[in-house]
Write a protein of this length. Structure first.
Length: 309
C-alpha cells in the first residue's frame, strides 16, 4: 500500500503578518499525519486522525476542496479509478498546528508513491500548496513548507507572484515547547479576512504594527541562532502583543499564556490562525516543560509536549 507522512508545524514568529510579506520563523514538530492510498471498488476516505471536537465538521468543506485540488494536480480521477484513502498518525488536529498542510503533504507523498512519480520535495511542496490554496484561499505557504521540509525555517512569502524565500535555520540543540490547546477551531480564511478588513480601516496603525513586527522577527531569529532562549521568549511576548492589537487573540489564549508565564515559561503566544487553536509556550528543559504542561492541564486544557529546531 502506498503511504506518505506530513508533519505538523508551529509558528514562533509571524502568523498573519507573513500574509503581508513579513518574514516568519516556524518549525516542524515531530507529530505527523499518515496517509495510506490504495485502489478500491469505491472511493472512500477513512479519517482516523485524532482531533478536537468539531474540528472535522468545521473543516469538512475545506478538506473536500483540498482533495479536489490534489486529484487534479496528480491527474487522478477517482470516479473512474476509485481510491481508498485512510488517514491516521499522531498529529492531534486543531487550528494552529498546520493540520491541513500535514494532510496535503501526506496525501501528496502517498499519491506520488502510488503513481511512482519520483517527485522531489519541491514538487511535493507545490502539490500541497495547490491543495492549501483550494482549501483556504490565499495561504502564505508556510504550513506546507514546514510540513514538507521539516526543521526550523525562516520563511517569507513572495508578493506579486515573486517566489517565496526560505532558509533553514540551525540551532545548537532542539528546544522543548508546550502547545496548549484552547479546544476552539477557527476557519483560517475568516480570521485572515478579518485582519485584512481591520488593516484597511486602520492603515496607519497596521503599518506601525508591521514595522514593529519586522524588528521583532529579525531579533527573534538572531536570538534563536545565538541560543538565547530568554530573549526569544521576550520577543514572542512582544509578537503576541502585536497579534492582540490586530484582534486575533481570545480569552482562552490569554488564560493559557497567563498560566504558562506564571509557571516560568520564557515566552508564550498564540500560534497559527488564533481566536482559538494552540498557544506555543517556550519551555527550555524537560523539567520546565513538564511543569508548564501540568499547570495548563490542571486548568482543563489539552497539551502537546514537543521540541522545535
Ligand atoms: O492555523 P494554521 O496553522 O493554519 O496557520 C495559519 C497561519 C496564517 O498566517 C494565519 C495564515 C497563513 O496562510 O500563513
Amino acid at each position: 500500500m502506498a503511504q506518505g507522512k506530513g508533519f505538523g508545524k508551529t509558528i514562533l514568529f509571524g502568523e498573519h503578518f507573513v500574509v503581508y510579506g513579513m518574514p516568519a520563523v516556524a518549525s516542524a514538530i515531530g507529530d505527523y499525519t499518515l496517509a495510506e492510498v490504495e485502489p478500491s471498488k469505491k472511493t472512500e476516505i477513512i479519517d482516523n486522525r485524532p482531533a478536537t471536537e468539531g474540528y472535522k465538521e468545521t473543516k469538512r468543506e475545506e478538506m473536500q476542496r483540498e482533495f479536489g485540488a490534489l486529484f487534479r494536480f496528480f491527474g487522478v480521477k477517482p470516479e473512474k479509478n476509485p481510491l481508498k484513502i485512510t488517514l491516521s498518525g499522531n498529529l492531534f488536529c486543531t487550528s494552529g498546528v498546520g493540520a491541513s498542510a500535514a494532510l496535503a503533504v501526506s496525501i501528496s507523498r502517498a499519491l506520488n508513491d502510488m503513481l511512482g512519480l519520483g517527485m522531489d520535495d519541491e514538487k511535493i511542496n507545490n502539490a500541497a500548496y495547490a491543495a492549501e490554496e483550494a482549501g483556504s484561499g490565499k495561504p502564505s505557504g508556510i504550513d506546507n513548507t514546514c510540513s514538507t521540509y521539516g526543521g526550523l525555517l525562516w520563511f517569507a512569502k513572495g508578493l506579486g507572484g515573486r517566489p517565496n524565500t526560505m532558509k533553514r535555520l540551525s540551532i545548537r540543540k532542539p528546544v522543548e515547547i508546550v502547545l496548549g490547546n484552547t479546544g476552539i477551531t477557527q476557519e483560517t480564511k475568516v480570521v485572515v479576512d478579518d485582519v485584512a478588513a481591520w488593516g484597511k480601516e486602520s492603515p496607519d496603525e497596521f503599518r506601525q504594527i508591521l514595522d514593529d513586527y519586522a524588528e521583532t522577527a529579525s531579533k527573534g531569529k538572531q536570538a534563536m541562532q545565538s541560543f538565547d532562549m530568554r530573549k526569544v521568549g521576550l520577543l514572542m511576548d512582544r509578537n503576541q502583543e502585536l497579534l492582540r492589537r490586530v484582534g486575533v487573540s481570545c480569552n482562552e489564549i490569554e488564560n493559557i499564556i497567563g498560566i504558562a508565564k506564571d509557571n516560568g515559561a520564557a515566552g508564550a503566544k498564540l500560534t497559527g490562525t488564533g481566536r482559538g487553536g494552540y498557544v506555543i509556550c517556550l519551555t527550555p528543559g524537560e523539567g520546565l516543560q513538564g511543569k508548564v504542561a501540568k499547570a495548563i492541564e490542571a486548568a482543563g486544557f489539552g497539551t502537546l509536549k514537543t521540541t522545535i529546531g
